[in-house]
Design a protein around this ligand. Structure first.
Ligand code: SF4
Length: 194
């Protein structure tokens, strides 16, 4: 572990920047090592991740691992995969019972320095609207579906994905090209990197 990333991770794990907005308090959940060649930028922890402190330790994680065709051991090997979400702490629930979006303070404070301390990353998976907006900026299309459908335009650096939540099961049914075209390419690239 380089001193730069080690220091950054310690600072991030001690972050209290938006503490006043977090109903369950800060508990930053992220994993990274300078050797990682795959970076996954997702949204924010849900309740189960908040409780366990393990990213993607929930049904969304199971679906994401199935998309990547990797086992849990590989997925949690931070020498290979860095897991750095747009919001490190659980943001609480909205009025409709869903999870709130990642806190807007988090990504501007932490994504640039952490990304700069991951020199071996060759592919970044942008999971969901927030990660796509932050990294693709005006290269993002008008909707998540259009951005993900244009996935070939963002390679070799980025691959946009929908969130693997059960809430997107209907989206997956409506967009069969995702499983038929994007996932085989994703799996091939991930396995080459790992
Ligand atoms: S969500 Fe991000 S900015 Fe807010 S306290 Fe947690 S680590 Fe800090």
């Amino acid at each position: 572990m380089t001193a730069a990333l080690d220091t950054l991770l310690q600072q991030a794990r001690a972050c209290r920047l938006c503490e006043a907005e977090l109903p369950f308090g800060p508990r930053p959940v992220l994993r990274a090592h300078p050797a990682a060649r795959l970076l996954i930028v997702s949204q924010a922890p849900g309740t189960r991740v908040h409780e366990t402190g393990i990213p993607f330790n929930d049904p969304s994680g199971d679906r994401l691992r199935a998309w990547l065709a990797v086992e849990r051991d590989t997925f949690y090997d931070e020498h290979r995969i860095a897991l750095v979400p747009m919001g490190f702490c659980y943001p609480g629930r909205d009025e409709r019972g869903g999870d709130k979006p990642p806190r807007p303070e988090c990504a501007p404070a932490w994504q640039p320095p952490i990304r700069a301390a991951l020199p071996r990353v060759e592919l970044t998976l942008l999971v969901g609207l927030y990660a796509q907006g932050f990294y693709l900026q005006d290269r993002r299309r008008a909707s998540l579906t259009e951005t993900v459908r244009a996935w070939r335009d963002y390679l070799p650096d980025f691959l946009p994905l929908p969130h693997p939540s059960w809430r997107n099961t209907a989206w997956l049914k409506r967009n069969p090209w995702f499983e038929e075209e994007l996932l085989p390419e994703l799996r091939q690239r991930v396995h080459t990197l790992l």
